[in-house]
Design a protein around this ligand. Structure first.
Ligand code: SF4
Length: 175
């Protein structure tokens, strides 16, 4: 398979460019937790398909986004979608998944709480994460951790923490 054929296997689902939250042993992808360089097409361009994802720095991604992976290293680390074409034929592969809408709503408070507790990787787009936290109430702000590896979040408007952020599920961890 040549390079063009290999690239063409990608279906532009964006799963590998989202960070995952482990939920009950599954690597769960949520819309709000994605690479800051990932964009989604509106379908207005000549060869654009609405809803498909693309990298805005693709040619230079390994220099600008040290968290990025090749398809091979993403496969080895379990960072591809469970049903990714690049993982086809890999015995026992366990990759990223999305939850059904109803299940997502059930675990969302715990996901918010875990994000508020441990932050997110520095490669994530911070605005969608702030929006996710703000949806449950309050004003949130962010900072960069001392080692520069994560965005950390704090609710800045309330003396009493949001009830959701008091949830401390041990089964969730933001990668
Ligand atoms: S830098 Fe890497 S992880 Fe980020 S959008 Fe581009 S290909 Fe995806």
């Amino acid at each position: 398979m040549d390079s063009a054929e290999h690239e063409a296997l990608c279906r532009r689902c964006g799963m590998s460019c989202h960070f995952a939250v482990p939920v009950n042993g599954l690597a769960v992808v949520i819309d709000a937790l994605r690479c800051k360089f990932l964009a989604r097409s509106s379908g207005s361009g000549s060869d654009a398909v609405a809803g498909q994802y693309h990298c805005t720095i693709y040619a230079d991604r390994f220099a600008q986004a040290p968290w990025c992976h090749t398809a091979d290293s993403a496969l080895a680390a379990g960072f591809l979608a469970q049903d990714c074409p690049y993982a086809k034929g890999t015995p026992g592969y366990r990759g990223k998944v999305r939850l059904s809408a109803s299940l997502y709503q059930k675990v969302l408070p715990a996901i918010r709480a875990e994000i508020a507790r441990v932050g997110v990787p520095i490669g994530a787009a911070v605005e969608p994460v702030l929006a996710l936290l703000t949806e449950s109430g309050g004003k949130w702000s962010h900072s960069v951790s001392a080692d520069g590896s994560r965005y950390l979040f704090v609710r800045s408007d309330a003396e009493t923490p949001n009830p959701e952020t008091r949830v401390r599920p041990v089964s969730l961890r933001v990668l």
